[in-house]
Every structure is written in structure tokens, then in C-alpha cells.
Write a protein that binds this ligand. Structure first.
Ligand code: G3P
Length: 220
């Protein structure tokens, strides 16, 4: 399973890259807004830090606007993935950009029917939003399961399932159990993945016992 980090915070990305766990980055207009930077500048810097896919989202809603913005964003770096919304125009843009050789991430997916359309439009990634479905009383993980099941019926679908809107380590675990190709994870949740109170307690106990021996490991 690949881990992408869902942020446009360059300092955060830089420190997470050092963990060796980051395979890519996803951004969206809200995350770029939070960064307070111009999109071109933020995406260029992120692409210089991460060699894997970096999603940059268009903000036009008409086909020509999306194509223009998508082509512009794709020129920033060779690892830019253009993100388009799951609308009729977005799927047309997906098909055209894919035919031009650009990788496309279709975002704001909330149903299996939408995911089928994205695969048929040639998307490289589909982003079903787990947390936002949970927020409205649905079960986001069920959607991930349905999409993986449907895609596995059709070997000519090459769209990777990118579990998005992840709000907890449990979402990551469940997405992995189901076989999602990628999870895009906010930095806070990535940090939580390391944590277990028994790990902290166990380490304290080991070090406490070790100190009592008076020994030191002299590495030679
Ligand atoms: O990047 C898209 C997605 O991960 C957004 O997450 O938490 O704003 O629903 P969230």
C-alpha cells in the first residue's frame, strides 16, 4: 500500500519525507489556501521534495478551463498528477488529459457509480472520500470495499483506488485490509500510526530495567 500525505505544508512534507514512508502527496484548493502560497510555487517545491505523484487540483469548472489549468499544472514538474472533480466536465477533462499522457486523479467521489465512470474515463487514481461520507451518516469504508470489488472484475480498468478524507488510523487499517492501492493521510494521522500506549510503556520498562544493570552497549 502506498502512503501519500494530504497536505500542502512544505515544512511538514520535508520532515515526513525523512521517515521514508511517503510515496506521494495530494493537495486540494483548501489545503493550498491553508498554506498561504501560490499554487505553482507550492507544487513546484513539493515536487522537488517528493519523487512520487503530487496531485494538484484544477479550480475551473468548465471543460476548457480545466484543460487549460490542467496542462499548466502538469508543466510544473514531471510528477504532477492533475486532480479534477467528479463532474461530467471533469470526466471529459480526465479523458482528454489522460490521452495526452498526463496522470489524472478524479476527486470528490462519493459513490461506486461515480468510480466506474472515472475508470472508464481513464483516471489514474480515484479518490473516494471516506471521512466526509461518515460525516453524513454513511459508512465511507463500504464505498472503498465496493470500488475495489468492482474494479477487480475488470482487468482493463487501470485506476488505482486512493482512499481519501482519512480521519483516523482505523481508516488506514481498514483501507489496507480491503486492498486500497493508496491512502492519502493528513500529517496528524500519519504521526498517530506510530503510537500505541503499550509501546511507550514497554520501552520505559525496558530502559528502566536496563539502567539498573549498570551496563552500556559499547559498539565496536
Ligand atoms: O484531499 C482530499 C481529502 O483527503 C480531503 O479530506 O478531511 O477535508 O474531508 P477532508
Amino acid at each position: 500500500m502506498k502512503f501519500f500525505v494530504d497536505t500542502a505544508d512544505v515544512a511538514e512534507i520535508r520532515s515526513l519525507v525523512e521517515t521514508g514512508f511517503i510515496d506521494g502527496v495530494t493537495t486540494n484548493p483548501s489545503l493550498i489556501a491553508q498554506s498561504g502560497r501560490r499554487i505553482e510555487e507550492a507544487i513546484a517545491e513539493i515536487c522537488s521534495l517528493v519523487s512520487g505523484p503530487v496531485s494538484a487540483e484544477v479550480t475551473a469548472t468548465d471543460l476548457n478551463g480545466m484543460l487549460k489549468e490542467g496542462r499548466y499544472l502538469a508543466k510544473i514538474a514531471s510528477n504532477v498528477v492533475v486532480k479534477v472533480p467528479l463532474t461530467p466536465e471533469g470526466l471529459k477533462a480526465c479523458r482528454a488529459l489522460t490521452q495526452e499522457g498526463t496522470l489524472v486523479n478524479v476527486t470528490l467521489c462519493f459513490s461506486a457509480a461515480q468510480a466506474i465512470l472515472a475508470a472508464k474515463a481513464g483516471a489514474s487514481f480515484i479518490s473516494p472520500f471516506i471521512g466526509r461520507l461518515d460525516d453524513v451518516g454513511e459508512t465511507g469504508m463500504d464505498l472503498i470495499h465496493q470500488i475495489i470489488q468492482i474494479y477487480s472484475n475488470y482487468p482493463d480498468f487501470h485506476t488505482q483506488v486512493l482512499a481519501a478524507s482519512i480521519r483516523s488510523p482505523l481508516h488506514v487499517i481498514e483501507a489496507a485490509r480491503m486492498g486500497a492501492d493508496v491512502a492519502t493521510i493528513p500529517p496528524k494521522i500519519l504521526h498517530q500510526l506510530y503510537k500505541h500506549p503499550l509501546t511507550d510503556k514497554g520501552l520505559l520498562d525496558f530502559l528502566d530495567d536496563w539502567q539498573k544493570t549498570g551496563q552500556q552497549i559499547i559498539a565496536i
